[in-house]
Design a protein around this ligand. Structure first.
Ligand code: PLP
Ligand code: COI
Length: 339
């Protein structure tokens, strides 16, 4: 284990690790891929990624268990989602079995950077892909690079598991071409201005509403919503313009099949949010972060159950999910991949 990292005080930032995975696509096929020490990418000024932002990314984590094994959580789901994203962006999907193999290789190579058990930190993996050859007329590239780098991370939101305050955004985070159908990693540039405004105003995140009517809850800049009703039902917003969060889908499964809860995945009107007992954000980076308060243009929605700490149902979901991720609770078939 690296001796010079203070694992317990890590935030969500980039720390360069020793190795990354690279595979290149040329003449209609992916090469064999290598683990390399070179963290830099040199490309033509006219590469499609710079001109037309032909790129996408994924995010997943490696965890160290109490008995010092290293595991990943559902990397096959990231492989599938990235293949869907690639198809939407006219990029050649990186084969899903090779994606999982590359995850294993890059984590194994960087095992020294997988934070110790019990520190709250994990190794975050960032698979990403871009169009690399020069393109000046608007069309997709025909050469691509797929990479995975890793970085040890702590909590995504400052203050760890403390409840956060968010705001209803004045901006839409919809795809610039207005189609919705976001799969992963698309068009995050559109969310950079609204997140800067939110941070300047002292909020941790934006709650985006649907662009067409601004009446339905979508998601935040980097996580899906979960809500708990007063009678303990888990409700998650359904929309084809939010990222299909692997964490959210896992939480819904855990709630229904392990905790025996009622689960509803449906459209959620903003007007009903004040009636929920608990609210949280979920994602690989966010894990489950409780929301204590939502600001809506001078009005406040408060979630007293999650104001000082996680609400009781959110906590139960958090403990079960993270217990599975750290191999302390038996995982559903295929969820844990040993490195
Ligand atoms: N929503 C957005 C916009 C995200 O960027 C992310 C994380 O990548 C999520 C939701 C959570 O998805 P997941 O649980 O698969 O990490
Ligand atoms: C993740 O949860 O993996 C994400 O990519 C969120 C993020 C935008 C940092």
């Amino acid at each position: 284990m690296k001796q010079d990292i203070d694992w317990g005080s890590l935030g969500f930032g980039y720390i360069k690790t020793d190795y990354r995975y690279v595979s290149k696509f040329k003449d209609g096929k992916w090469d064999d891929g290598v683990i390399t020490e070179d963290a830099n990418i040199t490309l033509s000024e006219c590469a499609c990624v710079f001109q037309y932002s032909q790129s996408c990314f994924e995010g997943l984590k490696a965890y160290r268990t109490k008995d010092d094994r290293i595991v990943c959580f559902r990397p096959d789901m990231n492989a599938k989602r990235m293949a869907d994203t690639a198809e939407r962006l006219v990029m050649p999907p990186f084969p899903e079995d090779r994606f999982v193999e590359a995850v294993k290789q890059v984590v194994k190579a960087n095992a020294d950077f997988v934070p110790p058990y019990g520190t709250g930190a994990t190794l975050y993996l960032r698979p990403f892909m871009m169009g690399t050859n020069p393109v000046i007329g608007v069309k997709p590239a025909d050469e691509f690079e797929f990479r995975i780098f890793t970085t040890p991370v702590g909590p995504y939101f400052k203050g760890g598991a403390k409840p956060i305050t968010i705001k209803v955004s004045d901006y839409d985070r919809a795809a610039p071409h207005g189609t919705g159908n976001i799969k992963a990693g698309l068009n995050y540039a559109m969310s950079l201005y609204p997140i800067t405004v939110a941070h300047e105003e002292g909020f941790a995140e934006n709650m985006y509403l649907d662009a067409a009517t601004r009446t339905k809850v979508e998601e935040t800049g980097g996580a899906n919503f979960i809500f708990i009703t007063k009678d303990g039902t888990l409700v998650t917003p359904k929309s084809d313009s939010i990222l299909p969060s692997i964490t959210r889908r896992s939480i819904c499964y855990v709630a229904e099949h392990i905790l025996g809860m009622k689960v509803e995945h449906r459209e959620v009107l903003f007007s009903e949010v004040a009636d929920f007992a608990e609210c949280g954000l979920c994602g690989t980076a966010a894990v489950i972060s409780p929301v204590g308060r939502i600001f809506d243009h001078g009005k406040e929605i408060n979630f007293p159950a999650g104001m000082d700490d996680m609400g009781p149902v959110t906590r139960k979901l958090y403990e079960t999910l993270t217990g599975i991720q750290k191999c302390e609770i038996e995982a559903p078939e295929g969820w844990i991949v040993e490195i």
